[in-house]
Ligand binder design. Structure first.
Ligand SMILES: [Zn+2]
Length: 49
């Protein structure tokens, strides 16, 4: 079984976002959410189920 893709890209500048940019992780009933803060200042939220 594959894990969901780790990391993502910024919605604003499409720079790659990974663990160094991950500033917040929290779990909800719908899965794990991660907030990434890009160097450009944009915040991208991902959901991992
Ligand atoms: Zn960016």
């Amino acid at each position: 079984m594959f894990e969901e893709q780790l990391g993502t890209t910024c919605e604003e500048c499409e720079r790659e976002l990974g663990d160094p940019q991950c500033m917040l992780v929290y779990r909800t009933e719908r899965g794990e959410r991660r907030a990434y803060e890009c160097a450009c200042g944009a915040v991208t939220i991902t959901v991992h189920r």
